[in-house]
Design a protein around this ligand. Sequence first.
Ligand code: NAD
Length: 318
Amino acid sequence: MKLLVTGGCGFIGSNFIHYTLEKYPDYEIINLDKLTYAGNPENLKDVVDNPNYSFVKVDICDPVIINEVMKEVDQVVHFAAESHVDRSIEDCSVFVSTNVLGTNNLLQSALANDIKKFIHISTDEVYGSTKEGSFVEEDMLNPSSPYSSSKAGSDLLAMSYYITHGLPVTVTRCTNNFGPYQFPEKLIPFFISRLMEGEKVPVYGTGLNVRDWIYVEDHCSAVDFVLHNGNPGQIYNIGGGNELTNLEITHRLLEAFGYDESMIEYVEDRKGHDFRYSLDCSKLQKMGWNPAYDFDTALEHTISWYKENKWWWEPLKQ
Ligand code: NAD
């Protein structure tokens, strides 16, 4: 297997590369990443000498280099994206460029090079918010933020290459990830880093917005499962089964550091803040995939990792 991983220097991509090289020592992986602020080669410094791993620094919007790399591989797992909602509210241009145009460039090149499997990594946010019930794969997309709208664009575009051209595309839609190597602008690592520095944590609005949380290793095992057992033209929801309000997450973190609620600072709510995301993941579960980690154990691992790897996140907060 010769696998192209895009965005492999980011949070989930680097965890996926670690996971795959360990589980399949004979697979070859080419990691293709532009190294934006979110891409960090330090995430993979322990695999750079692995003969089955190589890295190409390139923008997924570059048609020439992408086409050269695509000739070398049989399968693609596409993680590369602009991923932070708050940044998309400030300026969405790069989200459209990377998430929509970049994805289209990869799909075009995959088609020209007869790629055998193309896994497009999407998000639960493309379904939008719901007060009740959980979304199944057939539900309409109804994204609200500029980020989720750009992801919905790429998600639909990816599937259109299957419907129109027969490119073997599979889409996964996962809930909120947490774990090692997550950029400290995202809620859990941001709060951990603040609490480690004795600073208050800013909670948006009332803090009652609900998200489902999944440990990143479980997301990696799900993508691995889809890569080997999923079918072209199919969409698979992936979730951890841990719906919690932001306030509940905050309390767990405060408890872990021995602080009380006086360390919470309520701040003005995010514009257009979606209230609740929720996925029905029974399709993938019926096929045999289930998350392995319970939330509290995974959160403990994550807190320990950030405590032990201050060298990794401290420079990123400058
Ligand atoms: P991330 O921001 O940590 O990493 C993104 C990576 O993509 C970085 O290494 C960055 O350098 C690279 N990249 C960005 N623009 C690029 C471009 N134009 N060309 C090449 N590389 C580029 O993101 P993440 O949290 O690891 O998310 C990975 C994927 O998973 C994204 O597609 C995201 O939408 C999706 N996803 C994330 C979550 C989550 O909770 N983090 C949940 C569901 C789905």
